[in-house]
Ligand binder design. Structure first.
Ligand SMILES: C[S@@+](CC[C@H](N)C(=O)[O-])C[C@H]1O[C@@H](n2cnc3c(N)ncnc32)[C@H](O)[C@@H]1O
Length: 425
């Protein structure tokens, strides 16, 4: 298949000039959205607009790939009920902290007690064990390990679980700052030896600066919540088989991964060390990238198994260049189709799924994910309402929101993304 043919399909995408979907210059880290980074985060302004267009107050909104919880935070602010599912335990932890309002007065008081406690434990001069994690000495200097363990010990004595989790999230941000991990990377890469020599982070200062950054964000969230808000239900699970009641969801707003985690965004690797320091399970974290959509390439392609002509054409184009990559491609869409089937089952009739996708490339073949989703959806029973094309402002390309280290995504393809709207008939 040649690229011109695929691009021709883009004429299906609406570019409504009366509505600006770029949100250039907008602050995307307001309230608890800014507590901690997460790769390929959905822009909250997009969620807010989709909520206003496709749902009513008190509706149930489901984000099957909830990641850091952008849909859940906005749903609370817009007085919707919401459900978030994700198989990454760190995403679940992050979503829970971001959707748990805590009074800033309480947080400031706890901060004071926490500092006293840290000094008290330091004076006792006991040796504290860091949580179990692979290659700890490769990623953290002995001094950093000892300071992180000290802070962790002090946080553990905070009585309220919600407040404890808030401070653990500040610790997670600190872990990123003070480890030998190369900054602004999704994958686990160590900084250069030269950089390590002069790297001497002040762990406590970093921790306190994250607390001081995060309390005002939580304060903004608390102040802007409606009086009687709905607390989301957040479930750590593979979204292809969920306990959500069939036909109960009023609207889906979500952004799936771009492809299998290992060759696109490795959510598990990104989360690993912060997650282990906050006490999440090593095995669950280590297996995220294998368990994510397309993580275990085991299926053999058969034409017409998935009802998408565009998928078949794209498969054959990729397989001419790389049979292995073609297998990864097929496996990812096979599993994405299973997620779409579950979305269909859970939605009530005549309601919509809004799916935000970026079209990546594999072996230099652009993958028209939006078109494949429309065709797969059609076979399942959805009708294609519309696709909104949106330009991603240059400023948003860096790692916070878009994966520039994904094969084929650094060039023109990721300057746009599509919001595919499917309606359950
Ligand atoms: C693009 S991110 C979602 C980002 C999210 N919209 C946000 O604003 O933070 C995709 C998410 O899908 C999750 N994921 C991948 N496969 C999954 C599956 N089968 N079931 C549930 N979650 C999955 C990943 O762990 C990742 O958090």
């Amino acid at each position: 298949m040649d690229q011109t043919r695929i691009s021709d399909y883009d004429s299906d995408i609406e570019r409504d000039s009366s509505e600006d979907w770029t949100f250039a210059g907008a602050d995307t880290k307001y309230f608890t959205h800014g507590l901690h980074p997460y790769p390929a985060r959905m822009i909250p302004q997009i969620v807010a607009r989709l909520l206003s267009s496709y749902s009513e107050e008190n509706d149930i909104i489901w984000d099957p790939f909830c990641g850091s919880g952008s849909t859940l935070v906005e749903s609370m602010l817009y007085h919707r009920k919401s459900i978030g599912t994700d198989l990454n335990p760190f995403a679940i932890f992050l979503s829970r902290v971001k959707t748990t309002p805590i009074s800033p007065i309480k947080l400031r008081k706890t901060k004071g007690d926490l500092i006293d406690n840290i000094h008290k434990i330091r004076r006792k001069d006991v040796s504290l064990q860091p949580p179990e994690m692979p290659n700890i000495d490769y990623w953290f200097s002995p001094a950093v390990q000892s300071d992180l363990s000290l802070i962790r010990e002090a946080i553990d004595s905070i009585e309220s679980q919600d407040t404890r989790n808030f401070f653990l999230l500040c610790l997670a941000s600190t872990v990123r700052d003070v480890s030998f991990l190369k900054k602004r990377e999704f994958k686990i890469v160590r900084m250069s030896k030269k950089k390590m020599k002069s790297f001497n982070p002040d762990v406590l200062t970093s921790f306190l600066s994250h607390i001081d950054r995060c309390i005002p964000l939580m304060d903004g969230f608390v102040r802007n919540l409606p009086k009687s808000y709905h607390k989301p239900e957040i479930i750590e699970i593979d979204n292809r088989d969920t306990p959500i009641e069939n036909g109960s969801v009023d609207s889906i707003i979500t952004s799936p991964p771009y492809g299998d985690h290992s060759t696109t965004v490795a959510y598990g690797q990104f989360s690993r060390y912060p997650a282990l320091w906050v006490g999440l399970d090593l095995h669950d974290i280590k297996t995220v990238d294998k368990r994510g959509l397309g993580g275990r390439a085991k299926r053999v392609y058969e034409e017409n198994i998935l009802a998408s002509n565009t998928l078949d054409l794209t498969y054959s184009a990729i397989s001419k260049r790389s049979p292995k990559r073609a297998k990864d491609f097929y496996n990812f869409f096979f599993e994405l189709n299973e997620s779409l089937l579950e979305m269909y089952r859970k939605l009530r009739r005549n309601s919509v799924a809004c799916i935000v996708v970026g079209n990546r490339s594999m072996s230099r073949i652009r993958i028209p994910t939006n078109l494949i989703i429309v065709e797969l959806g059609d076979e399942i029973g959805f009708s294609h309402e519309m696709t909104i094309g949106r330009d991603i402002p240059q400023k948003r390309m860096p790692w916070q929101n878009a994966p520039e280290n994904i094969e084929g995504i650094s060039a023109d393809t990721m300057h746009t993304e599509n919001i595919v709207i499917l309606r359950k008939n």
